[in-house]
Design a protein around this ligand. Sequence first.
Ligand code: SIN
Length: 320
Amino acid sequence: MVNSLSPEVRRVVVLGTGGTIAGKAASSGDNIGYTAGQVGVADLLGGIDAPTGVALVAEQVAQLDSKDMSFDTWQKLAQRCAHWLAQADVAGIVITHGTDTLEETTFFLHSVLSATKPVVLTCAMRPATALAPDGPQNVRDAISVASTPGARGVMAVCAGTIHGGLDIQKTHTYRLDAFASGDAGPLGYVEEGEVRLVRAWPEAAASQVSKIFDAAAVQWPRVEIVMSHAGASGAVVEALVQAKGVDPLRGLVLAATGNGTVHHALEEAALKAQADGIAIVRATRCVNGRILPKAGDQFRDAGALTPVKARIALMLELLG
Ligand code: SIN
Protein backbone atom coordinates (compact mmCIF):
# COMPACT_ATOMS: atom_id res chain seq x y z
CA MET A 1 0.00 0.00 0.00
CA VAL A 2 1.81 3.12 -1.19
CA ASN A 3 0.40 6.61 -1.25
CA SER A 4 1.40 8.80 -4.20
CA LEU A 5 5.15 9.26 -3.93
CA SER A 6 6.82 12.65 -4.22
CA PRO A 7 10.52 13.26 -3.52
CA GLU A 8 9.86 14.44 0.04
CA VAL A 9 7.67 11.46 0.96
CA ARG A 10 9.38 9.02 3.30
CA ARG A 11 8.32 5.39 3.45
CA VAL A 12 7.57 3.34 6.54
CA VAL A 13 7.61 -0.37 5.75
CA VAL A 14 5.23 -2.57 7.75
CA LEU A 15 6.31 -6.21 7.86
CA GLY A 16 3.64 -8.71 8.96
CA THR A 17 4.46 -11.89 10.86
CA GLY A 18 1.05 -12.87 12.33
CA GLY A 19 0.09 -12.90 16.01
CA THR A 20 -3.09 -11.97 17.85
CA ILE A 21 -2.99 -8.61 16.15
CA ALA A 22 -3.83 -10.56 12.99
CA GLY A 23 -6.07 -13.02 14.83
CA LYS A 24 -9.71 -13.88 14.26
CA ALA A 25 -12.33 -15.17 16.73
CA ALA A 26 -15.82 -16.45 15.99
CA SER A 27 -17.44 -13.64 17.99
CA SER A 28 -16.50 -10.06 18.81
CA GLY A 29 -16.85 -10.75 22.54
CA ASP A 30 -14.15 -13.43 22.48
CA ASN A 31 -10.71 -12.07 23.32
CA ILE A 32 -9.00 -15.41 23.98
CA GLY A 33 -10.57 -18.14 21.83
CA TYR A 34 -9.17 -16.93 18.51
CA THR A 35 -6.75 -18.18 15.89
CA ALA A 36 -3.65 -16.01 15.58
CA GLY A 37 -2.16 -15.00 12.22
CA GLN A 38 -5.24 -14.84 9.98
CA VAL A 39 -5.45 -11.26 8.70
CA GLY A 40 -2.92 -10.02 6.13
CA VAL A 41 -0.71 -7.08 7.08
CA ALA A 42 -2.10 -4.88 4.26
CA ASP A 43 -5.58 -5.34 5.79
CA LEU A 44 -4.25 -4.42 9.25
CA LEU A 45 -3.32 -1.05 7.79
CA GLY A 46 -6.83 -0.60 6.39
CA GLY A 47 -8.24 2.13 8.63
CA ILE A 48 -4.93 3.73 9.57
CA ASP A 49 -3.96 7.16 8.28
CA ALA A 50 -0.22 7.58 7.86
CA PRO A 51 1.38 10.73 9.32
CA THR A 52 1.76 13.60 6.85
CA GLY A 53 4.57 13.00 4.37
CA VAL A 54 4.73 9.27 5.12
CA ALA A 55 3.78 6.48 2.71
CA LEU A 56 3.14 3.00 4.05
CA VAL A 57 4.43 -0.15 2.37
CA ALA A 58 3.06 -3.53 3.54
CA GLU A 59 4.94 -6.81 3.20
CA GLN A 60 3.95 -10.20 4.61
CA VAL A 61 7.05 -11.99 5.90
CA ALA A 62 5.27 -14.75 7.84
CA GLN A 63 1.81 -15.54 9.17
CA LEU A 64 2.09 -17.46 12.42
CA ASP A 65 1.28 -17.68 16.09
CA SER A 66 4.49 -16.37 17.62
CA LYS A 67 4.74 -19.32 20.02
CA ASP A 68 5.79 -21.17 16.85
CA MET A 69 8.43 -18.64 15.82
CA SER A 70 11.32 -20.31 14.00
CA PHE A 71 14.95 -19.42 13.42
CA ASP A 72 14.36 -19.45 9.67
CA THR A 73 11.63 -16.81 10.05
CA TRP A 74 14.01 -14.76 12.17
CA GLN A 75 16.62 -14.98 9.44
CA LYS A 76 14.14 -13.93 6.76
CA LEU A 77 12.91 -11.07 8.95
CA ALA A 78 16.46 -9.85 9.59
CA GLN A 79 17.21 -9.98 5.87
CA ARG A 80 14.04 -8.06 4.95
CA CYS A 81 14.82 -5.45 7.62
CA ALA A 82 18.37 -5.03 6.30
CA HIS A 83 17.02 -4.70 2.76
CA TRP A 84 14.51 -1.99 3.65
CA LEU A 85 16.80 -0.11 6.05
CA ALA A 86 19.28 0.30 3.17
CA GLN A 87 16.71 2.20 1.05
CA ALA A 88 17.39 5.94 1.31
CA ASP A 89 13.71 6.95 1.38
CA VAL A 90 12.76 4.46 4.10
CA ALA A 91 12.39 6.25 7.43
CA GLY A 92 11.84 3.11 9.46
CA ILE A 93 10.25 -0.30 9.79
CA VAL A 94 7.25 -1.55 11.76
CA ILE A 95 6.86 -5.27 12.42
CA THR A 96 3.49 -6.68 13.49
CA HIS A 97 4.12 -9.69 15.74
CA GLY A 98 2.49 -11.92 18.34
CA THR A 99 3.06 -10.91 21.94
CA ASP A 100 4.20 -14.31 23.17
CA THR A 101 7.73 -14.26 21.76
CA LEU A 102 7.88 -10.58 20.85
CA GLU A 103 10.65 -9.98 23.37
CA GLU A 104 12.75 -12.72 21.74
CA THR A 105 12.36 -11.39 18.20
CA THR A 106 12.98 -7.83 19.39
CA PHE A 107 16.16 -8.89 21.17
CA PHE A 108 17.28 -11.01 18.21
CA LEU A 109 16.87 -8.10 15.78
CA HIS A 110 18.48 -5.73 18.29
CA SER A 111 21.47 -8.07 18.34
CA VAL A 112 21.92 -8.58 14.61
CA LEU A 113 20.78 -5.38 12.88
CA SER A 114 22.83 -2.27 12.48
CA ALA A 115 19.68 -0.22 13.01
CA THR A 116 20.63 3.39 12.45
CA LYS A 117 16.94 3.87 11.66
CA PRO A 118 14.03 2.73 13.85
CA VAL A 119 12.77 -0.86 13.72
CA VAL A 120 9.59 -0.97 15.79
CA LEU A 121 7.79 -4.17 16.69
CA THR A 122 4.16 -3.98 17.68
CA CYS A 123 1.40 -6.36 18.64
CA ALA A 124 -2.03 -6.69 20.23
CA MET A 125 -3.51 -8.54 23.17
CA ARG A 126 -6.93 -8.72 21.50
CA PRO A 127 -7.68 -10.21 18.09
CA ALA A 128 -8.57 -8.08 15.10
CA THR A 129 -12.20 -9.22 15.43
CA ALA A 130 -12.57 -7.94 19.04
CA LEU A 131 -15.21 -5.40 20.00
CA ALA A 132 -12.42 -2.99 20.92
CA PRO A 133 -9.19 -4.27 19.35
CA ASP A 134 -5.96 -2.71 20.59
CA GLY A 135 -4.01 -3.53 17.41
CA PRO A 136 -4.91 -0.50 15.26
CA GLN A 137 -3.78 2.04 17.89
CA ASN A 138 -0.58 0.07 18.54
CA VAL A 139 0.19 0.00 14.81
CA ARG A 140 -0.50 3.72 14.50
CA ASP A 141 1.77 4.42 17.48
CA ALA A 142 4.50 2.22 16.02
CA ILE A 143 4.27 4.10 12.71
CA SER A 144 4.65 7.36 14.63
CA VAL A 145 7.85 6.08 16.23
CA ALA A 146 9.17 4.65 12.95
CA SER A 147 8.68 7.99 11.21
CA THR A 148 10.08 10.18 14.01
CA PRO A 149 13.17 12.04 12.74
CA GLY A 150 16.31 10.92 14.59
CA ALA A 151 14.76 7.73 15.94
CA ARG A 152 16.97 4.64 15.75
CA GLY A 153 17.43 1.14 17.12
CA VAL A 154 15.22 -1.89 17.62
CA MET A 155 12.33 -1.44 20.02
CA ALA A 156 8.70 -2.38 20.59
CA VAL A 157 5.58 -0.31 21.09
CA CYS A 158 2.55 -1.56 23.00
CA ALA A 159 -0.20 0.32 24.84
CA GLY A 160 1.44 3.68 24.17
CA THR A 161 4.77 2.66 25.70
CA ILE A 162 8.11 2.29 23.89
CA HIS A 163 10.36 -0.50 25.16
CA GLY A 164 14.00 -1.08 24.16
CA GLY A 165 14.96 -4.40 22.57
CA LEU A 166 17.37 -5.18 25.38
CA ASP A 167 14.88 -4.63 28.17
CA ILE A 168 11.40 -5.62 27.01
CA GLN A 169 9.60 -8.50 28.72
CA LYS A 170 6.03 -9.72 28.51
CA THR A 171 4.79 -9.48 32.08
CA HIS A 172 1.05 -9.99 31.84
CA THR A 173 -1.09 -12.73 30.31
CA TYR A 174 -4.18 -10.66 29.58
CA ARG A 175 -3.96 -6.89 30.10
CA LEU A 176 -3.53 -4.64 27.11
CA ASP A 177 -0.43 -3.11 28.72
CA ALA A 178 1.32 -6.48 28.84
CA PHE A 179 4.99 -5.42 28.65
CA ALA A 180 7.56 -3.88 30.96
CA SER A 181 11.19 -2.81 30.69
CA GLY A 182 12.34 -3.89 34.15
CA ASP A 183 14.87 -1.77 36.02
CA ALA A 184 15.75 0.17 32.86
CA GLY A 185 12.24 1.52 32.39
CA PRO A 186 10.64 2.35 29.05
CA LEU A 187 12.32 4.42 26.37
CA GLY A 188 9.30 6.69 26.16
CA TYR A 189 5.66 7.01 25.28
CA VAL A 190 3.51 7.78 22.25
CA GLU A 191 0.81 10.34 22.91
CA GLU A 192 -1.56 11.42 20.13
CA GLY A 193 1.03 10.53 17.51
CA GLU A 194 3.88 12.36 19.29
CA VAL A 195 6.85 10.58 20.80
CA ARG A 196 7.87 11.60 24.33
CA LEU A 197 11.30 10.11 24.92
CA VAL A 198 12.48 9.60 28.51
CA ARG A 199 15.70 7.71 27.66
CA ALA A 200 18.08 7.82 24.70
CA TRP A 201 17.23 5.77 21.60
CA PRO A 202 18.86 2.33 21.80
CA GLU A 203 22.35 2.01 20.37
CA ALA A 204 22.64 -0.15 17.26
CA ALA A 205 24.21 -3.52 18.04
CA ALA A 206 27.98 -3.52 17.73
CA SER A 207 28.33 -7.00 16.30
CA GLN A 208 26.40 -8.47 13.41
CA VAL A 209 26.50 -12.12 12.51
CA SER A 210 27.15 -11.88 8.78
CA LYS A 211 26.01 -15.46 8.12
CA ILE A 212 22.44 -14.44 8.92
CA PHE A 213 22.50 -11.98 6.04
CA ASP A 214 24.75 -13.84 3.58
CA ALA A 215 23.79 -17.50 3.85
CA ALA A 216 20.62 -18.92 2.34
CA ALA A 217 20.17 -21.14 5.38
CA VAL A 218 21.97 -21.04 8.69
CA GLN A 219 22.88 -24.09 10.76
CA TRP A 220 21.61 -22.77 14.10
CA PRO A 221 23.52 -24.16 17.09
CA ARG A 222 21.33 -26.12 19.49
CA VAL A 223 21.10 -24.25 22.79
CA GLU A 224 18.61 -25.30 25.47
CA ILE A 225 17.33 -23.75 28.70
CA VAL A 226 17.13 -25.67 31.98
CA MET A 227 15.56 -24.14 35.08
CA SER A 228 17.04 -24.52 38.53
CA HIS A 229 14.36 -25.03 41.19
CA ALA A 230 13.69 -26.77 44.46
CA GLY A 231 14.35 -30.50 44.08
CA ALA A 232 16.17 -30.10 40.74
CA SER A 233 18.39 -32.92 39.44
CA GLY A 234 20.92 -33.42 36.69
CA ALA A 235 18.58 -35.67 34.71
CA VAL A 236 17.38 -32.99 32.28
CA VAL A 237 20.95 -31.97 31.40
CA GLU A 238 21.96 -35.58 30.89
CA ALA A 239 18.89 -36.20 28.69
CA LEU A 240 19.65 -33.11 26.61
CA VAL A 241 23.26 -34.12 26.11
CA GLN A 242 22.33 -37.66 25.12
CA ALA A 243 19.25 -36.80 22.99
CA LYS A 244 19.10 -38.69 19.69
CA GLY A 245 17.63 -37.37 16.44
CA VAL A 246 18.53 -33.72 17.11
CA ASP A 247 21.68 -31.67 16.54
CA PRO A 248 24.34 -32.11 19.20
CA LEU A 249 23.90 -29.80 22.18
CA ARG A 250 26.24 -26.80 21.85
CA GLY A 251 25.05 -24.61 24.67
CA LEU A 252 22.95 -24.54 27.80
CA VAL A 253 21.38 -21.63 29.64
CA LEU A 254 20.75 -22.29 33.31
CA ALA A 255 17.71 -20.30 34.44
CA ALA A 256 19.24 -19.75 37.83
CA THR A 257 17.71 -18.65 41.11
CA GLY A 258 18.33 -15.18 42.57
CA ASN A 259 21.82 -13.88 41.92
CA GLY A 260 22.66 -16.81 39.66
CA THR A 261 22.63 -19.72 42.10
CA VAL A 262 22.08 -23.26 40.82
CA HIS A 263 20.81 -26.36 42.67
CA HIS A 264 23.85 -28.49 43.54
CA ALA A 265 22.60 -31.56 41.62
CA LEU A 266 21.95 -29.54 38.47
CA GLU A 267 25.25 -27.72 38.94
CA GLU A 268 27.13 -31.02 39.03
CA ALA A 269 25.59 -32.16 35.72
CA ALA A 270 26.18 -28.75 34.14
CA LEU A 271 29.84 -28.74 35.24
CA LYS A 272 30.30 -32.12 33.59
CA ALA A 273 28.65 -30.82 30.40
CA GLN A 274 30.90 -27.74 30.52
CA ALA A 275 33.97 -29.95 30.89
CA ASP A 276 32.76 -31.87 27.81
CA GLY A 277 32.76 -28.63 25.75
CA ILE A 278 29.17 -27.42 26.06
CA ALA A 279 28.93 -23.65 26.61
CA ILE A 280 27.10 -22.93 29.86
CA VAL A 281 25.65 -19.53 30.83
CA ARG A 282 23.62 -18.59 33.91
CA ALA A 283 20.70 -16.16 33.59
CA THR A 284 18.51 -15.21 36.51
CA ARG A 285 14.89 -16.36 36.87
CA CYS A 286 14.16 -13.06 38.64
CA VAL A 287 12.02 -10.63 36.68
CA ASN A 288 14.16 -7.64 37.64
CA GLY A 289 17.83 -7.11 38.42
CA ARG A 290 21.02 -8.62 37.06
CA ILE A 291 23.44 -11.30 38.14
CA LEU A 292 26.36 -9.72 39.98
CA PRO A 293 29.39 -11.94 39.37
CA LYS A 294 31.54 -12.97 42.31
CA ALA A 295 34.76 -14.81 42.98
CA GLY A 296 34.44 -18.58 42.62
CA ASP A 297 31.59 -18.57 40.08
CA GLN A 298 31.79 -21.81 38.11
CA PHE A 299 29.82 -20.59 35.10
CA ARG A 300 29.73 -17.24 33.35
CA ASP A 301 26.58 -15.17 33.65
CA ALA A 302 24.31 -13.27 31.29
CA GLY A 303 24.07 -10.10 33.38
CA ALA A 304 20.57 -8.68 33.11
CA LEU A 305 19.46 -10.88 30.20
CA THR A 306 16.51 -13.16 30.87
CA PRO A 307 17.00 -16.87 30.11
CA VAL A 308 15.29 -16.62 26.69
CA LYS A 309 17.44 -13.64 25.70
CA ALA A 310 20.59 -15.26 27.11
CA ARG A 311 19.83 -18.24 24.88
CA ILE A 312 19.66 -16.02 21.80
CA ALA A 313 22.90 -14.27 22.79
CA LEU A 314 24.63 -17.63 23.24
CA MET A 315 23.31 -18.95 19.92
CA LEU A 316 24.61 -15.85 18.13
CA GLU A 317 27.95 -16.17 19.90
CA LEU A 318 28.27 -19.81 18.83
CA LEU A 319 27.16 -18.90 15.31
CA GLY A 320 29.57 -16.01 15.02
C1 SIN B 1 1.07 -14.83 19.46
O1 SIN B 1 2.02 -14.57 20.20
O2 SIN B 1 1.20 -14.97 18.22
C2 SIN B 1 -0.29 -15.06 20.02
C3 SIN B 1 -0.52 -14.29 21.27
C4 SIN B 1 -0.50 -12.81 21.10
O3 SIN B 1 -0.14 -12.24 20.07
O4 SIN B 1 -0.91 -12.14 22.09
